[in-house]
Ligand binder design. Structure first.
Ligand SMILES: Cc1cc2nc3c(=O)[nH]c(=O)nc-3n(C[C@H](O)[C@H](O)[C@H](O)COP(=O)(O)OP(=O)(O)OC[C@H]3O[C@@H](n4cnc5c(N)ncnc54)[C@H](O)[C@@H]3O)c2cc1C
Length: 452
C-alpha cells in the first residue's frame, strides 16, 4: 500500500520504519527542517542540551533501546552516581529511599505516612476496566495514602510529564499501574506477574531496566531513523489538509493544486494539528482532536564551574512537591548523569518550568527565567555563583496531557479515523514517552493492514 505519514517526530518516523519493513511504500511529510519533531540535541558553549526527551528506560521489549540496537546506534547508560534521586519537600531535599533501611530512616514521610504506604497490599483491588478511569492522584491516595501521593507520586508526574496528578488519567497515562491494581494491587500484582512468568504463561520477562541515551544525544537516534528511511522522508513539507476518498486519502500541501493520493494516511502530528488537517472533511473528528491538551514547558540550562557548586550536590536530580516556594518542577543534573554533556570541571543543570501546574512559568522571558532558576538553585542546593552558561529551550505546546477518560475518547476518535482510512499516531494518544511512541508503531501497521 502507498501510505502517507504526516509528521516526522519520533512517532511518525518509527511508524514509517515499521510500515516499510512490512512491505509498504511510505512517504513521511514533515514541516520541519530536520527530523525528530521536539527531539533535538544542540551544543552551546560546550554544554550539550537535549531539547525534549533526554533519555529512555531500557528493558522495554520494543522501545528505544531495541530500536537503537536495530539501527546500530550506540547507547550510553546513566552514570552510577545518578542513582541517588531527591525530592524537595517541606523546605529541604530528601533522598528517595532505595531500600527498607533508608525507607525507615527517611524524613520524606511521617510514621503515619510510612504505615499507610506499607498497608498497600492490604487494600482492595480496583479494576479500571470494570470500575472506570480515575486520576493518578486518586489512585495514589487510595493505594498509598495521601502523604505518599503528595510527597512521591505527584512530584514524579509533574517533574517527568509536566502533568497535574489530580487530572492525569491512570488508565491512559499509567496503564501498568492500572493493570497491577486489577491484579490485586501494586505488591500483590507484581507477585502475581512473577508467578505467571514462572509458569511460562505471563508476559515476556523484561530485561534489566536502566536509564540510557544514544551516545551523542537523542538527535542521533532520530537522524539514524531518518537516514534508514532515506528519501522517503520529505522535509519542509507542511500538509494543509488530508481528505478521505473512496479507497484512499488525498494529501493537500501548501499549493492546493498539488494533491497526492495515497491508499491510507497516518496522522503523526499533535492532536490539534491533526484536527486542522481533517477540519474540512471530518469536522466531528476534528472537534474531538482539538481537545488534546499540551502542557507548555520551558527548559532552563544553567552551567557552572564545578568549584562553584557544593561537592555534595550529586545524583540524578530532584523533583519539587507542589506548594513549595521554588517554581522549578524538577531538575536533572545532566553532568552527573551524562558526564559528556558538560565541559570538564563544569556542572550542567536542566531545569523544567511550566507544565500543567504552573503554565505561567513557561512564559517567563529569558532574563526572568534565568533569575528564577538561579534563585531556585540557591534555595534548593545552595548554589549562589553566577552561571557561566544560561540558555533556554521553550515548547509552548510541550508535552501531551492525558486527562481522566482519555483512553475512551481516543478509542472513539480512532473509530472515526479508521472509517476514513486514517490512523492516529504519536504522543497525543497512547503514551508520551519515546518508548511508547516507538512501541506504538506496531499498532499503526496492524491498523493500516486492516485495509488490505
Ligand atoms: C521538554 C520535554 C522533555 C521530555 N522528556 C522526555 C523524557 O525524558 N523521556 C521521554 O521518553 N519522553 C520525554 N518527552 C516526551 C517526548 O519527547 C515526546 O512525547 C515525543 O518526542 C513526541 O513525539 P511525536 O512524534 O508525537 O511529536 P512531535 O515530536 O511533536 O512531532 C510532530 C511532527 O509533526 C510535524 N508537523 C506538525 N504539523 C504538521 C503539518 N501540518 N504538516 C507536516 N508536518 C507537521 C512537526 O514538524 C513535527 O516534526 C519530553 C518532551 C518534552 C517537550
Amino acid at each position: 500500500m502507498r501510505v502517507a505519514v504526516v509528521g516526522g517526530g519520533i512517532g511518525g518516523l518509527a511508524a514509517a520504519l515499521r510500515l516499510v519493513q512490512a512491505g509498504h511504500d511510505v512517504a513521511v511529510l514533515d514541516g520541519g527542517a530536520r527530523p525528530g519533531g521536539v527531539i533535538g540535541t544542540s551544543t552551546a558553549e560546550g554544554f550539550r542540551r537535549e531539547h525534549a526527551a533526554n533519555g529512555f528506560l531500557t528493558g522495554a521489549d520494543d522501545g528505544a533501546a531495541a530500536l537503537c540496537d536495530e539501527l546500530g546506534v550506540g547507547v550510553v547508560e546513566a552514570a552510577p552516581a545518578a542513582r541517588a534521586r531527591w525530592i524537595y519537600l517541606r523546605g529541604r531535599l530528601h533522598r528517595l529511599p532505595a531500600g527498607p533501611g533508608s525507607f525507615a530512616r527517611s524524613g520524606l514521610l511521617s510514621w503515619r505516612g510510612k504505615l499507610a504506604l506499607l498497608g498497600e497490599p492490604l487494600r482492595p483491588a480496583r479494576d479500571v476496566a470494570a470500575a472506570g478511569d480515575e486520576s493518578l492522584w486518586d489512585f495514589a491516595v487510595r493505594r498509598l495514602g495521601t502523604e505518599a501521593a503528595h510527597a512521591l507520586v505527584a512530584p514524579m508526574v509533574t517533574g517527568v510529564f509536566a502533568a497535574d496528578a489530580r487530572r492525569v488519567s491512570l488508565a491512559a497515562g499509567f496503564p501498568r499501574l492500572a493493570a497491577l491494581d486489577a491484579r490485586g494491587g501494586l505488591v500483590r500484582g507484581m507477585i502475581a506477574e512473577a508467578r505467571g512468568r514462572r509458569r511460562g504463561g505471563g508476559a515476556r520477562r523484561r530485561g534489566k531496566t536502566t536509564l540510557a541515551a544514544p551516545a551523542g544525544g537523542m538527535a542521533v537516534l532520530v537522524d539514524a531513523l531518518a537516514a534508514r528511511l532515506g528519501d522517503r522522508v520529505r522535509r519542509g513539507v507542511t500538509v494543509r489538509a488530508v481528505e478521505p476518498e473512496p479507497g484512499g486519502v488525498v494529501v493537500v500541501g501548501d499549493d492546493p493544486a498539488r494533491r497526492e493520493r495515497f491508499d491510507a494516511g497516518v496522522l503523526a502530528v499533535p492532536g490539534p494539528a491533526a484536527a486542522a488537517l481533517v477540519r474540512g472533511a471530518l469536522p466531528a473528528l476534528a472537534r474531538g482532536l482539538t481537545e488534546v491538551e499540551y502542557a507548555p514547558v520551558a527548559l532552563a540550562f544553567l552551567g557552572f564551574r564545578a568549584r562553584d557548586v557544593r561537592a555534595d550536590v550529586d545524583g540524578f536530580g530532584f523533583l519539587v512537591a507542589q506548594g513549595e516556594a521554588p517554581r522549578v518542577l524538577g531538575c536533572v543534573i545532566e553532568s552527573t548523569v551524562w558526564p559528556e554533556r558538560a565541559p570538564a570541571d563544569h556542572v550542567l543543570f536542566r531545569m523544567i518550568y511550566g507544565g500543567a501546574r504552573d503554565p505561567g512559568a513557561a512564559e517567563l522571558d529569558d532574563d526572568a527565567l534565568f533569575a528564577q532558576a538561579g534563585a531556585d538553585l540557591a534555595q534548593i542546593l545552595g548554589v549562589r555563583a553566577r552561571p557561566v552558561h544560561a540558555t533556554a529551550v521553550r515548547w509552548p505546546h510541550g508535552i501531551a496531557q492525558y486527562p481522566v477518560g482519555h483512553a475512551d475518547r481516543v478509542a472513539a476518535w480512532e473509530r472515526d479515523a479508521h472509517a476514513a482510512r486514517l490512523v492516529l499516531a504519536g504522543s497525543s494518544y497512547h503514551g508520551v514517552a519515546v518508548n511508547d511512541c516507538i512501541a506504538d508503531a506496531r499498532r499503526v501497521v496492524r491498523q493500516v493492514e486492516a485495509w488490505r
